[in-house]
Design a protein around this ligand. Structure first.
Ligand SMILES: NC(=O)c1ccc[n+]([C@@H]2O[C@H](COP(=O)([O-])OP(=O)(O)OC[C@H]3O[C@@H](n4cnc5c(N)ncnc54)[C@H](OP(=O)(O)O)[C@@H]3O)[C@@H](O)[C@H]2O)c1
Length: 164
């Protein structure tokens, strides 16, 4: 199964200054991301890789770049295209960004499921999640995060399954 995992705000705000638009203010969504991705092979663009705090534990990483590998690490592989990355990942790929990867996946209906966090807020952003045809997917709410002293915004968690 190929899974796309993303979080975005009311206006599809997805990234800002090579960080998340809401920074580190949503630990409950990071916990959700960890739960969804642990044991999977993460496929990502080079900038998303550089935005991670570290190589993530218990997950393989495949990073797409047109350039040279940035680091050598036992859990990090490098690919020259999304297609090559998905071939390397096999049936366990979780694509986590960025925008170009998502556009390609959604346009070609390659992802079997989308795990989306809707962050209920408006943010400064320089990257926006692509508009896609929601009618191609069956949408279910799978959770909710309340705004509280630890989480600066309420969130709704969705799972979209591609209709075959
Ligand atoms: N909200 C979320 O869920 C979420 C998740 C992940 C990331 N983000 C945010 O998104 C931003 C990063 O995403 P981004 O869209 O700016 O960049 P990105 O897609 O992560 O990285 C772009 C780079 O990836 C490589 N690349 C992408 N597509 C390629 C292709 N088809 N062939 C070859 N190389 C390719 C290129 O690397 P080279 O330049 O090295 O060739 C390109 O410059 C950050 O702000 C990050 O915090 C948000």
């Amino acid at each position: 199964m190929i899974t796309l995992v993303a979080a975005y705000g009311n206006n599809r705000e997805f990234g800002f200054g090579n960080d998340l638009p809401w920074g580190r203010s949503l630990p409950a969504d990071l916990a959700h991301f960890k739960k969804v991705t642990t044991g999977r092979t993460l496929v990502m663009g080079r900038k998303t890789f550089q935005s991670l705090p570290r190589v993530l534990p218990d997950r393989q990483h495949i990073v797409v770049t047109s350039g040279e590998p940035l680091i050598l690490h036992p859990r990090v592989q490098w690919a020259i295209s999304l297609k090559q990355a998905l071939q390397l990942a096999g049936d366990n790929a979780c694509v986590i960004g960025g925008v170009q990867m998502f556009s390609e996946l959604l346009a070609n209906k390659v992802a079997d499921e989308l795990i989306i966090t809707h962050v209920h807020g408006e943010f400064d952003a320089d990257k926006f999640f692509p508009v896609f045809n929601e009618n191609e997917y069956e949408k279910n709410q799978i959770g909710h995060i309340n705004k509280d002293e630890h989480n600066a915004y309420a969130c709704t968690l969705y799972r979209y399954m591609l209709k075959r």
